[in-house]
Design a protein around this ligand. Structure first.
Ligand SMILES: NC(=O)c1ccc[n+]([C@@H]2O[C@H](COP(=O)([O-])OP(=O)(O)OC[C@H]3O[C@@H](n4cnc5c(N)ncnc54)[C@H](OP(=O)(O)O)[C@@H]3O)[C@@H](O)[C@H]2O)c1
Length: 202
């Protein structure tokens, strides 16, 4: 039985039946799950999850395919994958639509890979696909020390761009600069849009 929403002391381990994948889903045996702000919000009872989502936390996982839905092809039992889930990733097994599964990125072990899908998919969608980022452009990143911000800073720098990041303290400004941001703005002391054309130094 689930505990009521609240702080981390409300988390508990329970036995549940293993989910059965529907025809377009795969069942993943979970090695590791990422922790995102949505997990914290869901634990507090405030998450806006899709209808039918599990009350078990967890939006991203890694490990092996344990079972295939009847209509799933191009992937095999035993394949090592990462996946975005609608929830339920903290369980030992989670059923996920096959379209939300990808191979483990080369060079990452299963533990690190579990922290990739939620943030990477969001940043790639928003910065590269919707935002149509072009190599060498400049990006302003709000919430620079968050999961999304940290990934965006490193992605844009890897693509040869310039990054200006906002953060809520001097310590956080130092952190975003250590990740490669060219300038950091403490928004509690300065309006970022008043910085003008420069100089952009923290
Ligand atoms: N698929 C999606 O659409 C998707 C996926 C992931 C995340 N998101 C969204 O992207 C945003 C960032 O997510 P995240 O995972 O990077 O979150 P996070 O790791 O919790 O980081 C949030 C950052 O925002 C800043 N912030 C400013 N005001 C805040 C407040 N009132 N409460 C908490 N943080 C505050 C904090 O830095 P300072 O203390 O320096 O202000 C913090 O570093 C969220 O709105 C999240 O819902 C969307």
């Amino acid at each position: 039985m689930s505990k009521p929403p609240g702080g981390p002391e409300g988390l508990a381990i329970h036995e549940r039946a293993i989910s059965q994948p529907s025809s377009n889903e795969v069942l993943i045996r979970v090695a590791a799950a990422g922790l995102n702000r949505t997990d914290v919000i869901q634990r507090g009872g405030r998450a806006n999850l899709p209808e039918g989502a599990s009350d078990i936390l967890g939006l991203e996982v890694s490990r092996t395919i344990a079972q295939l839905g009847s209509d799933v092809s191009g992937i095999s039992v035993g394949d090592e994958v990462v996946a975005l889930t609608d929830s339920g990733g903290y369980a030992e097994y989670v059923a996920v639509p096959a379209g939300q599964v990808a191979p483990v990125p080369p060079g990452l072990d299963l533990l690190d890979a579990a922290g990739i899908p939620e943030v990477a998919a969001t940043v790639v969608l928003n910065v590269l696909l919707n935002g149509r980022y072009q190599e060498g452009e400049t990006v302003l990143v709000h919430g620079g020390t968050g999961g999304i911000g940290a990934f965006t800073i490193q992605l844009v720098k890897a693509l040869g761009g310039t990054v200006f990041a906002t953060a809520g303290s001097a310590g956080k400004c130092a952190r975003v600069r250590s990740w490669g941001a060219d300038a950091a703005i403490n928004y509690r002391e300065e309006e970022f849009d008043q910085r003008g054309a420069g100089p952009w130094r923290c």
